[in-house]
Design a protein around this ligand. Sequence first.
Ligand code: HEM
Length: 515
Amino acid sequence: MTVSEDHGRTGGGVCPFTGATAEETKQDVTGPKGLPLVGITMNLGLNPLDFTLKTQRDWGSMVKINLIPNDYIQVTNPEAIERVLVSNIGNYRRGKLYKTFHSYMGMGLLTLDDAEWRAHRKVVQPAFTPKRIGASIAETIGAAQDVFDRWERRAATGEEFDLVVDTMDLSARVLGKALISRDLSSKERTFTKAVAAALEVIFKNVSSVEELLVPKWVPIAYFRRKRNAHKVLNKIIDREVRERTAKGDPGDDAAGLLMKSDLPPNALPDNLRTMFLAGSETTGLSLAWAIYELTRAPSVRRQVEEEVDRVLQGRIPTYEDLDKLVITKSVVDETLRLYPSVWQFPRDPVTDDELAGHHVPAGATVMISAFGTHRNPEVWENPNAFDPTRFHDPEEQRRRPKFAYLPFGGGRRQCIGKPLALAILVASVAMACQRYRFSLPLDQEQVKPGAFITIFPEKFPNKGIRVTVRRRDPVVSGAHTDTGADTNTDTNTGPEQAGHVPAEQERPEQEQVRA
Ligand code: HEM
């Protein structure tokens, strides 16, 4: 079934074929039947992303998913998404599934509704204006220097490493700088591990053997990770409050704005935990996917290198530079299309509604799938191919349905961190391409995405995206200063030299099919 077929009934009035009114033609949402008791839980357990695409292909853009313990309606129809997020937003609540976020995020921006949400957003919003992000972007991105230094050393040894571990570290560092003016990373990666454990717990709260069947006092590793994640995040926040109170200056970053506000006392810890959890893994994974795609698309990578060299002339990007890095930005946009970190998010309707010609009952869970929508073949030509040119022509973008692309959600509940995340991603991809070239080992040409709350490499954390890195020197003012082993011709197959790995043999460009 196609999108046009399954929402051809939304027009209202009388059906020309049957004479039935729009009300009468409204149909219930249907979907695959699963086993008794377990529904389709088993299928979904295989790979939720494959499952999304399969059900979209077989059942259309509105699909009933019989999942234990919560059924939901998978929505990948841009018109229906517009109705949920904008034109009928008053009828939709964060709902049952967002309740599972309460244990870690408390009552903050992501979990609240209505007037309470509005009050929190008003306080925090000034920390995310383009002006504010712009003023501190050099300092923010400067926090990533340790990771770039690490790549420098890795380029010298030619060792293989997990890109995801490094990009997560990078995002923890820059996010700490942006939100509380601190470097949150450490040698043991305590913060990134705590974020990953907290997200695991949030996910497992929905349905997991550990949460449902194992008493809390049983000493299993999962419960230890859960307790530890709480401790680490709370310790960071307590220290902030203590030190700022002692100084008598809360500051004007997100933490400072919350401290100065007259919101209830839990608003500060709840919102800081929310922002760390919502911002850190999402941004780190997106950066890893962007670099991964560039290793597989050498001609795009060359365009990015050329743009970065021309615009930056060897410098660290300023906020003004980011607007000029249009190709780099299109790489980020296209990465977020293929791998929208927050790949689906739920809403519960308060009263019955009609979405794309389908009846949606009060109390159901509507699951907006950004992943499915971004790969909906009715909207996107060749949807599984990495092709940043989709984002080159503003006219083409305007022609697309507004909610065909929503990596940051939409409407008034759009991600508050969007400008920050985009600035970090464009700047980081630019800096990575300015100085380094990454290669995938031959035995790992394709990395399959998997999903939990976010989209990560299927075998992560055991196996993320293994890469090697080589140093490249930017071409400044037309003077090409690349080191010997790192020419731009992509044909260097010479022997390994001290300090460099051989230049990669580029594969012919071909359509890359993913997921
Ligand atoms: C690539 C990175 C990111 C992606 C893909 C992403 C995605 C999203 C999406 C899809 C939503 C909407 C969820 C919904 O409507 O149910 C959202 C909300 C949110 N995000 Fe992000 N996000 C990213 C980075 C960040 C960062 C860096 C922060 C840090 C401040 C952040 C903080 C939040 C918060 C607080 C909300 C709730 C906003 C509200 O309802 O007022 N996100 N994000």
